[in-house]
Design a protein around this ligand. Sequence first.
Ligand SMILES: [Zn+2]
Length: 447
Amino acid sequence: MRKFVILSLVAALSACAASETKTPPKPGVATLDVRRTAASTKALDEIAAAYLRLTLEIGTHEAGYIDAYYGPPELKTAAEAAPRDKAALLTATRELMAQIDLAARRIPDPLAKRRATFLRAQLRAAETRLMMMQGARFSFADEAERLFGVRPRLKPLASYDAELAKIEALVPGDGALPDRVEAYLDAFTIPKDRLQKTFDAAIARCRGRSMAHIPMPVGESFRLEFVTGKSWSGYNYYQGGYHSLIQVNTDLPIRLSRALDLGCHEGYPGHHLLNMKLEEKLVKERGWSEFSVYPLYSPQSLIAEGSANYGIDLAFPESSKADTERDVLMPIAEIAVPSDDRYWQLLKAIKGASGARLTIAQQYLDGVIDRPTAVALTQKYLLVSPQRAEQSVSFTDQYRSYVINYGLGETMVRAYVERGRPSRDEMWRRMAKIVSEPTLPADLLAR
Ligand SMILES: [Zn+2]
């Protein structure tokens, strides 16, 4: 039924456009634009409502597909009560893609155009995921491009060897380099009974720095929980109404650097802030219902992970992260403050080699290397223990090409925000724009 409504709206739009050529240009243009805008908004609203229902139904076929949903509960109940099967959902997805292609040609408003382009990209990701649920397999690069809207170009592993040499010089001694790094960093583990206090202090600082630049809805909040048995190290479950549940995985010892990293990434100006701004600006102010659902395997994730990762450097530029850790967090965590900068130099060098994770994931998922080799290379290039390497490869097993969203997403958000060496205020303004609009990876490349 919904399909016919949309088709008739598209027909109305066509009629509207056809009459344009017959209208004398000057007196009719303004009226015509208003009529076209109203009609295209209505058409997009219909497509968005169909996309929302479709996404909720796809979610019934794969646990974790829906990362967040805070629209009307009855829509979710209805989708769960009678979901279409995967084949029918794939057909419906393709029909919606065709309808949006038709409608998009006649949208005069630039932001509404971006809304249509965004929906189109989300639908292409849904199509791909449905095909994967039915057994289709793509190459790593094809899968990443179809799901997340950007084709990764990965560096060879050997290009990270220079970073390994830096790390070698920072942690000299006998034994394997990853073991030496782990042993050195163990001194910066937050004791379990100091976790809550340290994270509370870290998140408060991430929030304060973000709030100074991006206004936040009144009454916003999050709940922090420590959990075990996960393949990730932290997760934000956005619950709508400007509330998040942030979980931190304590399967492996938590190092001090994770406090500000997770506080910014999962909280401010990362996932919690992004979800709040989308709810405030797009769902509540504009009534764009499609943003009340967030399918994990979609271009929205590249924006989410990229802005969350880059948000750490935006909130704590230059030496301010090390200063906050040394002066505030180490005393709270009861970690002995080092007398030199080696700890921070080491973390910087480790981050310099972290892009290797994408190349390892690509080689593993494309069948170039087997699992034990992927674990061994993860140990070598990410400088981690066998247990941490195992956790990293388990993440790749579960989320596959999703790994590009972190490193590549961060690179793309950084390039967009820092283009032309802007002032810090301008950098925050650009960040606010990314998290408050229907942003796609391609928007970050546009000049
Ligand atoms: Zn994340």
